[in-house]
Ligand binder design. Sequence first.
Ligand code: FAD
Length: 417
Amino acid sequence: MSRTTTVVIGAGHAGLAMSHCLASRSIDHVVLERGDVANSWKTERWDSLRLLTPNWQSRLPGHGYEGDDPDGYRTMPETIGFIERYADRCGAPVQTRTTVTSVRSADGGYLVSTQRGEWRCRTVVLATGACNIPSVPAVAEALPRRIETFTPMSYRSPSQIPEGGVLVVGASATGTQLAEELQAAGRRVTLAVGEHIRVPRIYRGRDISWWMDAAGVMDDPYDEQDDIVRARNVPSLQLAGTSDRRTVDLNRLTSLGVRLVGRLAGIRDGKAQFSGSLKNQCALADLKMNRLLDRIDEWATRSGLDGETDPPQRFEATRLEPVPLLGLDLANDEIRTVIWATGFRPDYSWLDVPVLDRKGRIRHDGGVVESPGMYVMGIPFLRRRKSTLIDGAGDDARDLSAHLASYLAEGNGRPAA
Ligand SMILES: Cc1cc2nc3c(=O)[nH]c(=O)nc-3n(C[C@H](O)[C@H](O)[C@H](O)COP(=O)(O)OP(=O)(O)OC[C@H]3O[C@@H](n4cnc5c(N)ncnc54)[C@H](O)[C@@H]3O)c2cc1C
């Protein structure tokens, strides 16, 4: 059995940021990774994906963008290279090809089992990511067998998709990007739209990410939210990182010929049934976008930026058919493929410490898990709105490593004498 003070599980950017902060506090640790550094970006993303956050917005402790295109959006190979360089630069003690199979409480600390042996530690950091498993709704079971299905993890490019119609379920970042790509590749795409967050790519001449960062929106703290459970479940922004910096919202998709329908509510007798709430969902998304733009405009005025940027803008409301389709016969050949762009969830099946609620979510207060000496990183709105992004890991790792250091300094996590 090996011993260390802290085991960090996962060598994505979150685990590496934590490793950097632990090293700067001289806390002895190891990072256990089931694949290679940046494994999720290497193995679980589709070919054309680019980050939707601009290059400058991947600031990690001791690492940042060094190229000459700060406003561009990284491809997957560039993202992988960025994270690999971070691991090298930090000298992170990563043990790759080491899958954690269980974490148990033991002697005041933790026993971490892997397929390559066991580790005994005083504290443990779960940095295994928020997007391990695609969330596919139960209704999927009722799909006729002849329809092929994909998730964002099994989808790579339009060449995999059979000729014929495609139903993309979910209209957040993934669903809108895949709907656009498939429609452009000549498929007839129907997009099932539930709750979504609409934003323009460029606002008043600057990237929306710049505005949200500068106006403090991304720093909104978790403990000042009226309903943090709700805030943690808000879908991703409808955004894409493209070389022409276009807005990929529902109006763009409609103009390409994508057919919009409401949330997929059920499948009965080979017929897909769509909710009648499409109009309300879109009105709500338009309203929330305008609220965000109001906040940005108020901040710009307070900060004396009105003369330096384009004037405030408001965008056309989401355009919809007067009577959207409520049902679709899946038994005919119209839909050959369904893509479940319905979100992701973390996988804690290896965690043998009772810290999950009945929905399988980890119980924590800003990343400090209910079990003493256990921490979690990289999940939505962990401590701030930006926690789910590469850019959010630095502040979270700094805060949580400080908490962890105090926990150790108090003598916790040692076996009882
Ligand atoms: C499609 C998509 C697009 C995104 N786009 C952006 C974007 O544009 N900008 C942005 O900032 N963020 C983006 N994100 C969000 C965010 O950056 C990712 O969710 C990110 O991967 C989370 O980082 P992480 O380090 O927490 O987790 P991951 O990068 O997933 O790292 C977790 C690591 O843990 C390892 N692991 C898991 N289980 C075990 C185990 N049992 N034992 C050992 N190792 C294990 C995995 O192999 C993986 O390497 C995107 C996410 C997705 C899914």
